[in-house]
Design a protein around this ligand. Structure first.
Ligand SMILES: CCCCCCCCCCCCCCCC(=O)SCCNC(=O)CCNC(=O)[C@H](O)C(C)(C)COP(=O)(O)OP(=O)(O)OC[C@H]1O[C@@H](n2cnc3c(N)ncnc32)[C@H](O)[C@@H]1OP(=O)(O)O
Length: 449
């Protein structure tokens, strides 16, 4: 025990350095972590003062703690036992499986990343690409219950949707999005989790996974976390607002306690003069293959082209975009009237409200008029006027050129001719018919056609 050991100097230095690191980690790291956590808490407290709906403490909890809380939820534990009994795997293995699902779902919200980076980037991007117009904001939204959980229910037109909405409501709340499995690639997945979004798998037939997801959604709603979902489950291929997938809505309903916090579904209708992915979407509609993945080459090429035009001052933008916010649906009131199993009725009601909230923009309006086959400017102008009147009569929200219908038509035609959708004689090019129909669809849907 008292003998001497001879070691090379480099090894002694290495051992001492490692020992010093271990000691620092033990002694200093907790205080450093505590220091940063205090700073973060103070920053969040300041932020919460100016937000209309403060960030829920649930959202700020440590990710590790949240995963444990979810896995040890009584309903998840019961699902673990059922899964073990059904599949014959040991309960510890089933538990490990539930833990991996929880780790996949639970976000790791960072207020700095959300408000310091995402909101700023979203504002910059949206304003670079589009002229932003606000549709109707239903007056009932001014009188909503402060304690209620808000769930924004949106139509899915473009990957700009969440960029636009995140920025538009940044002074009210931080929202947590339900994101499909497509975004579960590193490093995007980390970034998305940092924004407070949670991942969902579509088409999973695994009952254990579904119970873990359902409980996460229900816990977040019960704790007041503002959320946003795209019930259609994917981008619209035909330009219309589609039917709702009922999974998430049925989870909100099943876990709802009418005596507890209410859930308010706020319908959001989004519209664009140009949907960035329009050619991919109409292509997918044509072939019937929904698995569209833009090639990296295509995305980089497109970005470089636009960037180059912007540098030369020749980037005209993608026209207008607009978001409308419809009257909220209180889940408490809905359940009192329809019962707790009426997910289908809830989905239909919400999507009808979303469709009504979609503002009408110049390109969709003129696209619908062109489809009617106008042969000259005068005929087109009269068709645009007829459609605008019919839309107004149907209480649609028109967000057109401030100088009126004539200017709206010129603006839209310029945009469509620049894209080669329409020729100089106002004829829709044969190979672009599906694109024109894609834009006209929101107008047709609003008119009940
Ligand atoms: C630069 C700056 C950036 C800005 C920074 C922003 C932040 C960064 C965020 C990024 C944001 C990205 C946003 C991406 C946008 C998407 O990724 S959109 C695609 C993902 N979203 C969705 O799919 C939402 C809608 N989908 C659903 O709700 C689906 O139902 C689910 C939950 C995904 C599941 O789908 P599924 O597996 O196909 O199952 P489905 O048959 O639909 O439903 C299953 C459940 O519904 C129940 N159900 C079905 N029909 C009924 C019925 N009629 N009555 C009652 N229950 C029913 C079933 O019973 C079943 O229940 P359980 O057995 O599970 O208990």
């Amino acid at each position: 025990m008292t003998g001497t050991v001879e070691l090379p100097l480099w090894l002694v230095v290495l051992v001492l350095v490692l020992a010093a690191i271990a000691a620092l980690d033990r002694v200093l790291a907790p205080s450093v972590r505590w220091f940063f956590r205090r700073r973060m808490e103070r920053a969040v407290a300041r932020l919460n003062e100016r937000l209309e709906r403060p960030i829920a403490p649930f959202k700020l909890a440590q990710r590790h703690d949240m995963i444990l809380r979810l896995v040890y939820d009584p309903q998840v534990l019961q699902a673990v036992a059922e899964h073990a009994a059904e599949t014959g795997v040991p309960p510890t293995v089933a538990m490990q499986e539930a833990r991996s699902y929880a780790a996949e779902i639970v976000p790791g919200f960072s207020a700095t990343m959300y408000f310091g980076f995402a909101v700023q980037a979203a504002r910059w991007l949206t304003r670079k690409f589009y002229r932003v117009r606000i549709g109707r904001i239903d007056p009932a939204l001014e009188r909503v219950d402060d304690r209620a959980t808000v769930v924004f229910v949106m139509n899915h037109r473009s990957n700009m949707d969440y960029v636009l909405v995140t920025w538009l409501i940044a002074d009210r709340s931080a929202i947590s999005y339900a994101v499909g499995e497509w975004a579960r690639v590193w490093p995007l997945s980390r970034l998305i989790r940092g924004m407070g979004a949670y991942f969902i798998r579509r088409g999973s037939r695994n009952a254990l996974y579904r119970r873990v997801l359902a409980r996460y959604v229900q816990m977040a709603a019960a704790e007041g976390v503002a959320q946003a979902i795209f019930p259609e489950g994917g981008l619209s291929l035909d330009g219309r607002v589609g039917a709702a997938r009922l999974g998430l809505l049925s989870y909100f309903m099943a876990g709802f306690d009418p005596e507890g916090r209410d859930i308010l579904f706020v319908p959001v209708g989004l519209a664009y003069d140009r949907v960035l992915e329009d050619r991919l979407l109409t292509g997918a509609a044509r072939t019937g293959v929904r698995r569209f993945r833009p090639s990296l080459f295509g995305v980089v090429g497109f970005s470089l082209r636009m960037g180059w035009r912007a540098l030369r001052g020749h980037f005209p933008g993608f026209g207008a975009t607009a978001a409308g916010f419809g009257a909220p649906v209180s889940l408490r009131a809905f359940v009192a009237e329809h019962g707790q199993g009426a997910a289908e009725a809830l989905g239909a009601e919400l999507m009808a409200r979303v469709a009504r909230a979609v503002p009408i923009l110049p390109v969709p309006l003129v696209a619908a008029a062109l489809e009617a086959g106008a042969v000259d400017r005068a005929a087109l102008a009269s068709e645009v006027r007829r459609l605008a009147d019919a839309l107004s009569a149907a209480d649609a929200v028109l967000r057109l050129h401030p100088k009126g219908l004539e200017a709206t038509m010129e603006e839209a035609l310029l945009h469509m001719q620049r894209r080669g959708l329409v020729d100089a004689n106002l004829a829709v090019r044969e190979e672009k018919r599906d694109l024109v129909a894609f834009y006209a669809a929101s107008v047709r849907q609003r008119l009940g056609q």
